[in-house]
Ligand binder design. Structure first.
Ligand SMILES: C[S@@+](CC[C@H](N)C(=O)[O-])C[C@H]1O[C@@H](n2cnc3c(N)ncnc32)[C@H](O)[C@@H]1O
Length: 278
């Protein structure tokens, strides 16, 4: 069987399932064969090596509907290889914007900064920040011990020094920070209109997805707790879903004077920068 035939076969399998994408098939083939995209195209009419392994992995994605990143065991985030498993959310491309905005913000600061990633999961955000700000002191917390094992693994694999520990939001955190960053769970589990895909609901950790109070509970608690843990000129960066932006901004305005909203590449409101305590 050639690579073209293999791709056609699995494309046909996923044709009626809008949650599965050709991109997932190509990602699996490229990672297993070590082909770049152009090498895959050049080799389309060559016979497949490793057909058993490839079929096994493609079955996991196309038939068992397991996300391609879990099938392969890693993803790429901000140019880094981040290992993932069922205990951690797969870092999303959208979250790279949070990292980008934090890095932009930190560039203008001269001193050594203390920053913390709350709900770190795989550690993707904390690791990308530590990798780009070697001088800063980076901490990462999560409520899930299983997730934290993956954070530790990823920090070692990427050779960054991060203080990693368990905490329910900022409950176990001591002292003051220049920057508190979080991409907390924000989906209302019972609201059908959230449009949560089955492949996400059935595979990714619910602890990473759902939040009470219509998806706002984590934001509210973190915004309030941050008052006790931000330096006077410190800021909070939050990844947000566009549909909850107004409510989060309204809530944060009771406690902070300065709120900036950044949009993503789809022009959706995606990141908040919150600062200056009232
Ligand atoms: C949406 S995921 C984000 C993971 C990662 N930061 C990213 O952006 O890819 C939310 C993370 O928050 C963690 N979490 C959920 N509730 C928490 C809490 N009360 N305190 C700390 N972490 C929590 C979950 O375990 C999960 O790792």
């Amino acid at each position: 069987m050639t690579y073209r035939e293999l791709i056609n076969k699995y494309s046909e399998t996923i044709r009626s399932d809008y949650e599965l994408e050709l991109e997932g098939i190509e990602f699996i083939i490229q990672e297993i064969t070590n082909f770049s995209r152009s090498e895959l195209i050049l080799n389309l009419d060559k016979n497949v090596c490793n057909i058993d392994l490839l079929s096994e992995k493609l079955d996991m994605y196309c038939i068992k509907k397991i996300p391609a990143q879990y099938v392969i065991g890693y993803t790429y985030f901000y140019g880094l290889k981040i290992y993932v498993n069922k205990n951690v959310l797969i870092p999303r491309f959208d979250t790279e914007i949070v990292v980008e905005k934090v890095i932009e913000y930190l560039q203008n600061k001269k001193k050594v900064l203390r920053i913390i990633d709350v709900g770190t999961g795989s550690g993707a955000v904390a690791i990308a920040l530590a990798n780009n700000n070697k001088e800063s002191v980076v901490e990462a917390v999560d409520i899930s011990e299983e997730a934290l094992n993956t954070t530790i693994y990823n920090s070692m694999k990427n050779n960054v020094n991060i203080r990693i520990y368990k905490s329910d939001l900022l409950d176990e955190v001591d002292g003051y920070y220049d920057c508190i960053i979080s991409n907390p769970p924000y989906i209302d589990e019972f609201d059908e209109s959230e449009g949560l895909m089955n492949i996400v609901r059935n595979n990714e950790p619910h602890l990473a997805l759902f939040s009470d109070d219509h998806g706002l509970a984590h934001y509210k608690k973190l915004i309030k707790q941050s008052l006790e843990h931000l330096n006077d000129d410190g800021v909070i960066f939050l990844e947000i879903p566009d549909n909850k932006c107004d409510e989060i901004v309204k809530y944060a305005s009771d406690y902070y004077k300065e709120i900036l909203i950044y949009r993503d590449y789809n022009n959706l409101r995606r990141v908040l920068r919150i600062g200056v305590k009232r």
